[in-house]
Design a binder for this molecule. Structure first.
Ligand code: EPU
Length: 356
């Protein structure tokens, strides 16, 4: 295990923004992770665990302690006749895992094709897209418990999954390091084609779509929104959706809908049923109808030309530029819609009071 000094973090993130890590360890094994945690404890260095860097905004000052990049590899398909599983090291590329599942004719992950990042991030933020979320297939998460140095396996109930949330990014933030994840799949099952964009893609085609066709459809839809990492597409220099979709009560949704009728007559505000009778509003729509057209620019930061919910780095942006645009969007959405948008990416190196 090598401890490196002053490693620039920007190239390790999809945003390409942020300063250096004071110390940096690339952990290739569980033992490396254990050793790195000991190094942090011995030096009293604040620890930040980095995966694929696809959902991060790193401050211009960088990280004052140790950044531990989890690069544990291993991608194993277990061909159980009833419960086929994939067991993957946290450092594996996420989309390679989805490709493996699809190639084995196993359903459950096809809608999560093309999401940038690594396996380790999927339980942490309960990654979801196009009608599926990681929590539906995750059956075990192997973690290092930092306080005890023990390696333990958590079952899905213990992970506390909900929309973009788990215990790992909420109640037990900083307690565990994800090292391996097990996904249990459905052999031969048909793909999930429930999301409007997917239904539209397959509308008018005869026969049932295969898992492979669904994977290709999702990648193509993501590409059209610059949510697929493509070399040369500068709208991909982002952290994906910058804000969560607001989940509100029915009366609150009705209030916003009534405002929408006044402000943008003739347009229908999208909303979706969520858990426990709540309603999920579309942050992208609310941002766009607040006057932020796709491609809106503020210095070197901008709203993606292909999706109004992504903030992009047009080249050379600092974290402060990203935050300034974030603040401008939140302020206007609050003024116009009375809604406080909550950022979706993780803020790294902003001290005790990270941007909200
Ligand atoms: N819309 C606009 N303008 C746009 C884009 C979308 O008004 O530029 C409206 C449309 O009405 C559209 C609705 O917003 O029907 C929803 O848009 P979309 O289907 O693109 O989904 P989203 O709610 O913006 C969420 C996730 C994405 C995920 C997609 C597909 C969150 C915060 N985002 O986006 O996840 O890929 O659904 O499932 O939940 C991410 O988390 O980084 C991410 C990309």
């Amino acid at each position: 295990m090598i401890i490196q000094d002053n490693i620039s973090l920007a190239p390790l993130t999809t945003f390409r923004v942020g300063g250096p890590a004071r110390y940096f360890i690339d952990a290739r094994s569980e033992q490396d992770v254990l050793d790195a945690v000991s190094v942090a404890a011995a030096g009293q260095f604040p620890l930040f665990v980095l995966g694929g860097g696809s959902n991060l905004v790193v401050s211009d000052e960088g990280w004052p302690g140790l950044v531990l990049k989890v690069s544990i590899s291993g991608l194993e398909f277990r061909n159980d006749p009833t419960n086929p599983t994939i067991i993957a090291g946290a450092g594996e590329n996420w989309d390679s895992l989805v490709a493996l599942a699809v190639s084995k004719h196993c359903a459950g992950l096809e809608c999560l094709s093309g999401i940038p990042g690594t396996v380790g991030g999927t339980p942490v933020q309960n990654v979801g897209a196009y009608g599926q979320e990681a929590a539906e297939t995750i059956t075990s998460v192997r973690v290092l418990e930092i306080s005890t140095g023990k390696v333990i396996d958590l079952n899905p109930d213990e992970c506390g999954f909900s929309y973009r949330t788990s215990i790992f990014n909420s109640t037990h933030h900083g307690w565990y390091i994800v090292m391996q994840v097990t996904y249990t799949l459905n052999r031969g099952a048909t793909p999930t084609i429930e999301y409007a964009d997917l239904k539209k893609y397959f509308a008018g085609r005869s026969g049932t779509a295969t898992l492979q066709q669904t994977r290709e459809a999702v990648r193509s839809i993501r590409n059209s929104k610059a949510m697929l990492l493509v070399e040369g597409d500068e709208d991909c220099r982002s952290a994906g959706s910058f804000f969560k979709n607001p989940v509100v009560t029915k009366p609150e949704a009705e209030r916003v809908d009534a405002l929408a009728h006044q402000r943008v007559p003739g347009k229908v505000m999208p909303w979706y049923p969520a858990e426990d009778g709540m309603i999920k509003l579309s942050a992208a729509w609310l941002v766009e109808q607040a006057g932020f057209a796709k491609g809106y620019t503020r210095g070197p930061a901008a709203i993606s030309r292909k999706h109004s919910l992504a903030i992009v780095n047009r080249g050379g942006a600092k974290a402060t530029d990203i935050i300034a645009l974030k603040d401008e969007i939140q302020q206007r959405v609050l003024n116009l819609w009375g809604l406080a948008l909550v950022p979706e990416p993780v803020f790294v190196g902003f001290g005790d009071q990270p941007p909200r």
